[in-house]
Ligand binder design. Structure first.
Ligand SMILES: *[C@@H]1O[C@H](CO)[C@@H](O)[C@H](O)[C@H]1NC(C)=O
Ligand SMILES: *[C@@H]1O[C@H](CO)[C@@H](O)[C@H](O)[C@H]1NC(C)=O
Length: 167
């Protein structure tokens, strides 16, 4: 007859094996899922646009951010971290990336939304090259899984332009 300790140990080993197997299947099935997220961002207003006393341009925007990220959720998804960035080129930097807004999406039911907001973080240039500047708005996401590797991707929306004059 096996002792209680032996049986408890065998049961534990079995449980750990099943758990490991489920994690592997979970990560694999995540890779098979081809998500189809969508996003639109509209600039509803340029609230103000000015050159700061020490010379850097700063702009305040009101955005309408609409997204459907529900397909990024699988049973293995813990939450999403998302952020919207303005991305543009200047003579100084090939890529300037300014984070404007971010959020944590804790569950699938919150992954389809439309939010009307001004930029949560300041949109400041490292210089004064924002007048008439063409830029992209990019929605980035990081998928935090329950098990396995985190992954990230983005949707790039282009064709935005700042006014020619401060206001
Ligand atoms: C925001 O954009 C969505 C999708 O384009 C639209 O349905 C909604 O009416 C817009 N909201 C505002 C306040 O403009
Ligand atoms: C903006 O988006 C366009 C089209 O996707 C891309 O060609 C361009 O490189 C982007 N600009 C920056 C600064 O990322």
């Amino acid at each position: 007859m096996h002792s209680f300790g032996y049986r408890a140990n065998a049961l534990l080993t079995f449980a750990v094996t099943i758990l490991a197997l489920m994690c592997t299947i979970g990560s694999l099935s995540d890779n098979l899922n081809t998500p189809s997220p969508s996003a639109q961002i509209e600039i509803l207003n340029i609230n103000w646009f000015q050159k700061q006393p020490h010379g850097n341009d700063e702009v305040s925007l009101t955005l309408n951010i609409t997204a459907d990220l529900q397909s990024l959720f699988t049973w293995n998804t813990k939450q999403l971290f998302i952020f919207v960035a303005a991305e543009y080129e200047t003579p100084k930097n090939a890529l300037n990336q300014v984070s404007l807004w971010d959020a944590i999406i804790p569950a699938k039911e919150f992954a389809k939304f439309s939010i009307h907001t001004s930029n949560k973080y300041r949109f400041i240039d490292q210089g004064h090259s924002l007048r008439g500047k063409e830029f992209n708005l990019t929605l980035h996401w990081h998928v935090m899984p329950k098990t396995g590797k985190m992954f990230a991707n983005k949707i790039v929306m282009s064709g935005y332009r700042l006014p020619e004059d401060y206001r």
